[in-house]
Ligand binder design. Structure first.
Ligand SMILES: *Cc1c(COP(=O)(O)O)cnc(C)c1O
Length: 235
């Protein structure tokens, strides 16, 4: 299958999942995950109509974004950082990304804020929440979420738009459902208690294997790589 066919197949599935849940398909944004995907292929994806791209490493993204800048004149393209961000790369991240999905500590939030302030930017961010006990996963625990929210509320160069999570991998996507449901409940609690100055809109959850379940549970952003670009190999 061609990239354009795979992309439109996924977009159709996104629409159907949204409608099954009584939601409007426009509420769900597709983040095409381009880690380990070559610049030429990303160009092809842009030609196929994709507009939001997710990268997991700052350095890899830096090269692609600057390469593509000379090839495309479509300013509507967005770049999102979906992978873990080290504090010492925050400086580059604020230069490159429209949205950072992976804020998971007060220290990181403060550093992003500081770097954004330096370049006069209001950086859009999501908080990555860790809902399972897996040792390797990044993200703030539910217990540490409240202090992080309170701190972010005071940071003038951050605009908190929502939450992100990454459940453990399950063969059966139904097993991921409780994690997606939990993230939505957390957002609803935050919004009903008015913990943040603006209501949180976004829920970044769902990948190739489980995005339909995530949409049924309220995802507003799904991060899809393999289902669009095929199995990844290292660049
Ligand atoms: C790689 C990655 C994805 C996409 O995963 P696929 O299974 O290839 O769709 C989504 N989110 C994050 C944080 C990732 O690192």
């Amino acid at each position: 299958m061609l990239l354009i066919d795979r992309a439109s197949f996924i977009m159709k599935k996104i629409s159907h999942a949204a409608m099954r849940a009584g939601r409007s398909p426009e509420e769900v944004k597709l983040i095409a995950v381009t880690k380990n995907v070559k610049t030429d292929t990303i160009k092809e994806a842009i030609d196929a109509g994709l507009r939001i791209f997710g990268e997991s490493r700052v350095q890899e993204a830096q090269k692609k974004i600057s390469d593509l800048r000379f090839q495309i004149s479509d300013s509507k393209i967005e770049w999102h950082l979906i992978g873990h961000l080290q504090k010492n790369k925050a400086k580059y991240a604020v230069q490159l990304f429209d949205l950072i999905h992976s804020v998971d500590s007060i220290e990181l939030a403060e550093e992003i804020n500081k770097q954004a302030e330096k370049i006069g930017k209001i950086q859009r961010v999501l908080i990555q929440v860790k809902l399972s006990e897996e040792e390797t996963k990044h993200g703030v625990s539910e217990g540490d979420l409240m202090p992080l929210l309170e701190r972010i509320n005071k940071l003038k160069n951050l605009k908190l738009e929502g939450l992100m999570t990454m459940p453990p991998y399950f063969e059966d996507p139904e097993k991921a459902r409780p994690y997606f449901k939990r993230l939505r409940e957390i957002r609803e609690n935050i919004n009903s208690l008015r913990i943040t100055p603006n209501a949180l809109r976004e829920l970044s959850m769902g990948m190739s294997n489980d995005f339909e379940v995530a949409i049924e549970e309220g995802a507003t952003m799904v991060r899809i790589g393999t289902a669009i670009f095929g199995e990844r190999s290292k660049l």
